[in-house]
Design a protein around this ligand. Sequence first.
Ligand SMILES: [Mg+2]
Length: 106
Amino acid sequence: MKMNTKTISLPRLNNLHPSLESTALKLMEEAGELGATIGKFRGLSGEKVEMDKHQVAEAISAELLDVAQTAVTMMFVLEEQFQIDVDQVLTRHVEKLVQKGYLKLD
Ligand SMILES: [Mg+2]
């Protein structure tokens, strides 16, 4: 089966002691920051945006990686504290995408 994928490697943060609750809260916080940055892009805040569109897109990308990092940190928490096999969950995730019709495997 072939899929077009984007592979990114994000580190296990070894100077933190995250819990399920703290990472979940952080994920929402980072998602909020991403939304705020996108709002800036669209001029929703009413403030004058000094950045050009590319700079804003870079800022959005940086916030998106914060979201991804927090999601990865939460995956490590689930593996280490709750014995979840993320690879197994990933397989079911892809099956779900196929079943919903979002992904066509060839
Ligand atoms: Mg952030």
